[in-house]
Design a protein around this ligand. Structure first.
Ligand code: CA
Ligand code: CA
Length: 178
């Protein structure tokens, strides 16, 4: 997990998570998935690292539809004894079924969550934890962090504040000397 470190002159502008074709394949069974930001990647199976909930995904795009099915509904028989002969009788039957499409998921971190991510990244390492309940699949995910250089314009203001602080300290010292 190298390369995730944010250098001292950068700050995170935005961060987002994208998951393609996310789906609860047992819809409409219990269908939430908690997504966590982890301080460090998940490595020890008995111990979750420090984590913070990003969001809870709910698969709610399923629906029911009716369809026609060509089905055996009985049989028609002729003759009797050894000469009895039956053929199945088919009919169109209206049925319902659940349709549950996969969907692309996008999540933008809030400013509070960006602050947590910045803290987690102080050692250049973080992780994402997915805790589904319990039947999720997807085809891929991307986590994007956008950073910006801390503006040079802010430096004179910082220097000015430091200067005022030093003047104040100098004043205090002079008072003690009197
Ligand atoms: Ca779905
Ligand atoms: Ca970390």
């Amino acid at each position: 997990m190298g390369g995730w470190g944010i250098s001292a002159d950068e700050y995170i502008v935005s961060a987002c998570l994208d998951i393609t074709a996310l789906n609860n394949w047992l819809e409409p069974e219990a269908d939430y998935m908690n997504i966590y930001l982890l301080n460090n990647p998940y490595s020890n199976p008995t111990h979750w690292p420090t984590k913070s909930l990003l969001t809870t995904f709910m698969d709610q795009n399923s629906y029911t539809e009716t369809y026609q099915d060509w089905e055996i509904v009985g049989q028609t028989c002729t003759g009797s004894g050894h000469h009895r002969h039956c053929i199945p009788r088919y009919c169109w039957v209206t049925k319902t079924r659940t349709v549950n499409p996969a969907e692309d998921f996008h999540y933008d971190l809030t400013s509070a969550q960006i602050a947590v991510l910045t803290g987690y990244l102080s050692d250049g390492k973080f992780g994402l934890g997915f805790d589904p309940n319990c039947h999720y699949d997807d085809t891929g995910m991307t986590f994007t962090i956008v950073t910006n250089k801390i503006s040079k314009v802010s430096e004179p203001a910082t220097m000015l504040l430091l200067g005022i602080g030093l003047i104040g300290l100098a004043g205090v010292r002079r008072k003690f000397k009197k």
